[in-house]
Design a protein around this ligand. Structure first.
Ligand SMILES: Cc1cc2nc3c(=O)[nH]c(=O)nc-3n(C[C@H](O)[C@H](O)[C@H](O)COP(=O)(O)O)c2cc1C
Ligand code: SF4
Length: 473
């Protein structure tokens, strides 16, 4: 019998060949001005070649002021259309779909570009972001209108580029979350206050996109099921609950969305997304650029720089994890023979089993609750990399598909490995999050040397392979 994860998934107007979506994953591959280049095409091709049914792109800013970081390709003007058409054409060669994540950072910017220096970020609030202290200002009605228009134009351009759909990045603390969140949105007008008002901005964007592109262009929303806005800073307000998010998802469906992509958290990174270690040694090296973005530079510098303070940071970062894991299903035990001997020298089978148990399907119980309350397909993100587990999640109706980020960075051909009958990859992702911390200053790739048998050169070669073929050849 064909595994559930290999069966096609039908949305309103889009069929995806299997249930594995490459989750959004950003790296600084593109040009400073927001135009794209060959490295991005090479990057996306790796996953299409590896067998995923669809790629949901990284954060694609709909305005230059709404980018998190320079060197992300944007969709803020019509000149960007030809580049995205090339990306789409390349992944389509592998019968893989491409869904563009239309995004706006709001106040959650990692590194300001020249356009954002000395300029407060647009947000739902004047309140400074709690982790880095990024300054912001509450958007006026006319700025809200302009931003809705920017999302609509982004969707139109994605369609003109021949892509297969768009996703609104309404999760993980970015602009839509800043409106949706009871912990962040402190507006007094019709865009703040009760849940209906807080959801207004997102729903207006969905309705306006539908008016522009019609009903036959795939549109989905990534939603943080639970915000845990006080995860790291305990005196912050907690933010939206699962019940509130279920209501938002129902409205999102009624407004015209074709699918929900379930995530968690109201900052990024967040202790539960992407879940795993917070490699403080890598933070010491690569986080300095980001530290200087906000007004809490000195506090965070101390926390990351001085080893004596690491236990405080680790305590704050990890205190939520045991609460979140609700085990809707349990993993099959993995076998010694499943793992490559060179990998087992560094990570034992038992350690890998524990990692899977702790982190795989971290948001699955929330996705299952959302799925019970909407009739459009639900995609769940968070830690998936075991075929038997994903199959069970789909068969038991907890979600319709899974999206995978880091385990696909570690094994671009994960779906091919599943097709060959492997339950887990021979060298799984260890959720070490070194890719996450490196990505601010280094090319995105897998940075866990243990997966390369401790061979740093092999790791570097693998990371740099994204630049082959080079642009001018
Ligand atoms: C380096 C890195 C970059 C990411 N960039 C994005 C992004 O641009 N947009 C987004 O919605 N999520 C982003 N994520 C979150 C992932 O899409 C995914 O939801 C999360 O990592 C959990 O899935 P995983 O356990 O399969 O990695 C990123 C994660 C990582 C590690
Ligand atoms: S660096 Fe590699 S092993 Fe570590 S989380 Fe990222 S992809 Fe997984």
């Amino acid at each position: 019998m064909t595994q559930a994860l290999l069966q096609p998934l039908q949305f309103h107007n889009l069929t995806v060949k299997n249930r594995i979506f490459r989750s959004n994953i950003s790296g600084r591959f593109d040009n400073y001005d927001g135009s794209g280049n060959q490295a991005r095409i090479n990057w996306e091709e790796k996953f299409a070649r590896g067998g995923v049914g669809a790629i949901i792109t990284s954060f694609v800013p709909v305005t230059i002021r709404g980018r998190i970081i320079p060197n992300y390709a944007t969709i803020d003007n019509d000149e960007r259309i030809p580049f995205w058409r090339e990306v789409g054409k390349k992944v389509h060669e592998y019968d893989c779909k491409l869904i563009m994540q239309l995004s706006h950072s709001g106040r959650q910017q990692d590194i300001s570009g020249i356009e954002n220096l000395d300029k407060k970020a647009l947000s739902s609030t004047n309140q400074t972001e709690s982790f880095h202290g990024l300054l912001c200002q509450s958007m006026t009605k006319s700025e809200i209108k302009d931003t809705i228009a920017a999302f609509v134009a982004g969707a139109r351009r994605a369609r003109e580029a021949g892509l297969d759909g768009v996703e609104l990045h309404s999760a993980n603390g970015y602009l839509f979350t800043q409106f949706l969140s009871s912990g962040i949105n402190d507006r007094q007008d019709e865009y703040g206050g009760c849940l209906e008002n807080r959801a207004r901005f997102l729903l207006e964007v969905i309705q306006a996109i539908r008016q522009e592109v019609g009903n036959d262009f795939h549109l989905q929303a990534k939603i943080s099921a639970v915000e845990y806005n006080n995860a790291v800073i305990p005196w912050e307000k907690p933010g939206n609950t699962l019940e509130e998010s279920i209501q938002v998802c129902q409205w999102v469906e009624a407004a015209g969305a074709d699918a929900i992509h379930v995530s968690t958290g109201s900052i990024f990174p967040h202790p539960l997304n992407p879940v795993g270690d917070f490699p403080l040694e890598d933070a010491r090296r690569w986080y300095d650029l980001m530290l200087s973005s906000g007004i809490y530079t000195f506090r965070n510098y101390l926390l990351f720089r001085y080893r004596l303070l690491h236990p405080i940071f680790s305590f704050l970062w990890n205190r939520l994890k045991p609460k979140q894991r609700q085990h809707p299903i349990t993993e099959e035990p993995i076998k010694e023979a499943d793992l490559d001997p060179s990998f087992r020298e560094f990570v034992s089978t038992q350690d890998m089993q524990e990692l899977l148990h702790k982190y795989q399907g971290i948001s699955l119980s929330h996705a299952a609750e959302i799925k019970k309350n909407v009739s459009i397909p639900v995609i769940c993100t968070g830690g998936f990399q075991q075929a038997s587990y994903i199959n069970r999640a789909i068969q038991e109706g907890l979600c319709d598909a899974v999206s995978i980020a880091r385990p696909l960075v570690a094994n671009n051909d994960l779906v091919k490995q599943f097709e060959e009958g492997n339950d887990v990859p021979a060298k799984p992702c260890t959720y070490c999050n070194k890719c996450l911390l490196n990505t601010l200053e280094n090319p995105l790739g897998c940075y866990d040397e243990r997966r390369y048998g401790g061979d740093r050169e092999a790791m570097v070669q693998d990371v740099l392979s994204v630049f082959q073929p080079a642009p001018f050849h």
